[in-house]
Design a protein around this ligand. Structure first.
Ligand code: UTP
Length: 495
C-alpha cells in the first residue's frame, strides 16, 4: 500500500465509474431529504466531469453524522463548554534529573530497544494539515528547516528513521498520512528525493478523510458550483484512516504492534525514542504521551488531566484561567503537564477506535472559520470573517479510551520546536535557533568549548545530520568515534 487511499475520500473518477444513474438519483434524493438540496443547485450547469466530481464528493458525506453534528455542535446550547467536574492534574513519569526513578527509565529504554530490534515499531507522521498559519505553498513536510543545509522536515524525519533502523539492525516502516490536497505533491517529493535513502517499500502514504464545512444554519457549503467545501477531518482522523487504508493490516502482517506518532511540523522530535517506547510497552499501555512542564501558566498548550479515572487532555481554551494559574503547595503550577502531540499507539487500540462500537468514538470539535464559498448566483465569495464551521477530530481524544495510558516527561529542548507560524513564536527562526542550541548542547556534553549567548544559542552555526547522530546518545558515540575530531567553526556540517 505504498500510496493507498484513505477511505471516503477516493479520487472522484475511479470511484464513479460504476455508479449508475439510479444511484445518482437516490444520492440527490437523500440530500433533499436531509435539507441539503443546495449542494446540487448548479448541477444542470455542469459538464460531465464536474458533475461526476460533485456527485463523488457528495457520496463521501455521511449525512447522518452531519445531522448529528449540526444538532450537537451547531445548534445545541450544550455545545458551549466542556465538563470540568472531578478534574485533577494527571500523574506523569518524571525524568531522573527531576526526581524520577533512574532505574525505571533505564529499564524502559532497554525494553524499547528490544522492541526496535524485534522490528515491532513503525514511525507515523500526520501530515494532512492545511498549514494555513505558515502560509507556505506546498506540503508542510517539504518546508526547509535545518540551519545550514536547509533540509526539509521530511528529510530530517527520514534520516532519523533511517539512522534508527541501522542502529537497531531493523529498518523501520514509516506511515505518512496526507490529505487530498497534498497527497500527490507529497508522494512526488519523496520520489524526487529517492525517499532520502529509505527503502520505498517501507514508506507508506495514505490520505485522511474529509468533512464538509457548513454555514451557521448547518447547510453544506459549496466551494465552487461543482465542488463541496471539504477539509481534512483533523489529526484524529488518522485513527480511522490507518484502518481504512489497510495500514493496520500491513502492520499486522509485518509483526508491527506499536506506532510512534508525531506531527510533521516538529523537526526536534525524537521520533524513535526507545525510553518512550519502553515505558509504553512495560505498562501495557494502549496509548502513551509525552509532556513538557508548561513554560508559564498561560502557555497555549493542552493540559494532561485525570477525570474519573480516565486520562484526558483539556485544551487551554477550555481550562479556566484560574485553574491554569493554580499552584501546588510548593509554588509550582498545579496543571503543569503540557501536551506536545507526541504519542505511542498500540495497533489493536487504533483498530478498536477506528471500528467504533458502543460508546467508542472520538468526539468532533467545532471550529468557526472563514470558508471560501459561492453566493446564490454562483459567484465566488472570500469572506473576511467566519462564515461557517469546520468539524475536526483530535487524536488526544482517544486517551480516555486507552487502557493503562502512560504520560512521561521530556525536555522541550530535546523534543519540541514546531514550525507553526511564518514569524514570531514557533516560526522557522525559533525552530532554527532551537536546532542550533541542541547541536551545541550535544557538542558541549562532549567537552567542546562553544561560545553561546545566554539562551545557549551558539555564536557559530553548525549542523548535525541525523545520519551522524539523531539524539544525544547516538551523537556521543559518533563523536567519540570520529578521528580526527573536526574543528567546530561556522559552517561545520557533521554527517
Ligand atoms: P495543526 O493543528 O498545526 O494544523 O496540525 P495545520 O492544519 O497543520 O496548520 P494550521 O492550523 O492550518 O496553521 C498539527 C499536526 O496535525 C496534522 C498537521 O499536518 C500537523 O502535523 N494534521 C492536522 C493532519 O494531519 N490532519 C488534519 O486534518 C489536521
Amino acid at each position: 500500500m505504498s500510496s493507498a487511499g484513505g477511505g471516503r475520500g477516493e479520487p472522484a473518477g475511479a470511484a464513479l465509474d460504476g455508479i449508475s444513474m439510479a444511484t445518482h438519483e437516490s444520492l440527490i434524493e437523500s440530500f433533499q431529504r436531509a435539507g441539503q438540496a443546495q449542494v446540487f443547485a448548479f448541477l444542470d450547469t455542469l459538464g460531465p466531469t464536474e458533475r461526476a466530481r460533485l456527485l463523488a464528493e457528495a457520496a463521501e458525506v455521511d449525512l447522518a453524522e452531519l445531522d448529528r453534528l449540526n444538532r450537537t455542535l451547531l445548534n445545541s446550547k450544550a455545545a458551549a463548554g466542556i465538563d470540568l467536574t472531578d478534574l485533577a492534574p494527571a500523574p506523569y513519569e518524571k525524568r531522573p534529573e527531576h526526581g524520577g526513578d533512574g532505574g525505571a527509565w533505564a529499564r524502559a529504554k532497554a525494553a524499547g530497544e528490544t522492541a526496535l530490534r524485534e522490528g515491532r515499531v513503525a514511525a507515523f507522521t500526520v501530515a494532512g494539515g492545511q498549514g494555513t498559519r505558515l502560509g507556505y505553498d506546498g506540503p508542510k513536510g517539504t518546508f526547509p528547516v535545518t540551519p545550514l543545509r536547509a533540509k526539509s522536515l521530511f528529510q530530517v524525519f527520514a534520516e532519523k528513521i533511517r539512522a534508527a533502523g541501522v542502529r537497531y539492525g531493523r529498518p523501520l516502516h514509516w506511515f505518512i498520512m496526507t490529505s487530498h490536497a497534498n497527497h500527490e505533491a507529497t508522494v512526488a517529493f519523496f520520489a524526487e528525493h529517492r525517499h532520502f535513502g529509505l527503502d520505498p517499500a517501507r514508506v507508506h502514504f495514505f490520505r485522511q478523510g474529509r468533512m464538509p464545512a457548513v454555514d451557521f444554519s448547518g447547510k453544506i457549503l459549496l466551494e465552487t458550483r461543482g465542488s463541496l467545501a471539504l477539509s481534512p477531518d483533523g489529526h484524529g482522523g488518522s485513527l480511522r484512516a490507518l484502518s481504512r487504508s489497510g495500514a493496520l493490516d500491513l502492520m499486522a502482517r509485518e509483526g508491527i504492534d506499536t506506532l510512534s506518532y508525531f506531527q510533521v511540523d516538529n523537526p526536534l522530535v525524537r521520533c524513535i525514542d526507545p525510553a518512550f517506547l519502553g515505558w509504553h510497552r512495560l505498562a501495557g499501555s494502549e496509548m502513551s504521551s509525552k509532556m513538557v512542564p508548561k513554560a508559564y501558566a498561560e502557555e497555549k498548550v493542552g493540559h494532561f488531566c485525570r477525570q474519573r479515572g480516565r486520562l484526558v487532555v483539556v485544551e487551554y481554551s477550555d481550562l479556566p484561567m484560574a485553574m491554569q494559574r493554580e499552584t501546588d503547595g510548593a509554588g509550582g503550577l498545579r496543571y503543569l503537564a503540557g501536551s506536545i502531540a507526541i504519542h505511542v499507539l498500540d495497533r489493536e487500540f487504533v483498530r478498536r477506535m477506528a471500528e467504533g462500537g458502543e460508546g467508542v468514538a472520538l468526539p468532533f470539535h467545532r471550529a468557526d472559520k472563514k470558508i471560501p464559498t459561492i453566493d446564490a448566483a454562483g459567484n465566488p465569495v472570500k469572506p473576511d470573517r467566519p462564515n461557517g464551521v469546520k468539524f475536526e477530530l483530535f487524536v488526544f481524544d482517544a486517551l480516555p479510551f486507552a487502557r493503562h495510558p502512560v504520560v512521561i516527561e521530556t525536555l522541550r529542548a530535546d523534543d519540541f520546536s514546531p514550525v507553526k507560524n511564518a514569524t514570531g513564536l514557533d516560526s522557522p527562526v525559533t525552530c532554527r535557533d532551537d536546532q542550533l542550541r541542541q547541536f551545541a548542547r550535544w557538542l558541549r556534553a562532549q567537552g567542546v568549548a562553544l561560545p553561546a549567548d545566554a539562551t545557549g544559542r551558539p555564536e557559530v552555526a553548525v549542523e548535525v545530520s541525523p545520519l551522524f547522530g539523531y539524539d544525544e546518545d547516538s551523537f556521543a558515540e559518533a563523536w567519540r568515534a570520529r578521528r580526527p575530531q573536526p574543528e567546530v567553526r561556522e559552517g561545520l556540517y557533521l554527517e
